[in-house]
Design a protein around this ligand. Structure first.
Ligand SMILES: [Zn+2]
Ligand SMILES: [Zn+2]
Length: 149
């Protein structure tokens, strides 16, 4: 991309996400295609939090910098989810699901941006912690959204 004719107020850098120590970083060259919260038990274990906040990007729009370690989890569907975490600090930064090969999932917290796009979907609410309340703009699903995988 040319930097020569941009107005001064435009951010020169594309949004980026990084692990806790900063060694593993992503640059996102397009907006997310989907944002979702997931209350499944695997996400609870992965994040250490009651639910995960996830943003999904077209695979070609994500630039990865730094070393990562892969952890492969088999989903209930039998398909694999490949997660990538920083070998130095352990933060899982992004993942690729066999079920949706054109997308990369990114941990929303890794943007450290309170103004990040809110979630559109809330999935696997069958295992949602009871105290978690979400506002009315989110679409709720007990499991996965029908017609998605
Ligand atoms: Zn790190
Ligand atoms: Zn999940």
């Amino acid at each position: 991309m040319s930097k020569s004719v941009r107005p001064l107020r435009v951010r020169e850098d594309a949004p980026s996400a990084r692990c806790a120590c900063g060694a593993l970083r992503l640059t996102l060259h397009e907006p997310p295609q989907l944002t979702a919260l997931c209350h499944c038990l695997a996400c609870q274990r992965r994040t250490g939090a009651p639910f995960s906040a996830n943003a999904f990007y077209a695979i070609g729009s994500v630039e990865v910098a730094g070393a990562s370690t892969e952890f492969i989890r088999t989903a209930e569907s039998g398909r694999k989810v490949r997660m990538y975490f920083c070998p130095a600090c352990g933060s899982t930064l992004y993942w690729k699901a066999e079920a949706s090969p054109s997308l990369i999932g990114v941990a929303v917290g890794a943007f450290a941006d309170p103004a990040f796009a809110p979630p559109l979907l809330s999935v696997f609410e069958q295992s949602k912690h009871q105290w978690v309340r979400l506002d009315g703009t989110v679409e709720h699903f007990e499991g996965l959204p029908t017609g998605r995988s």
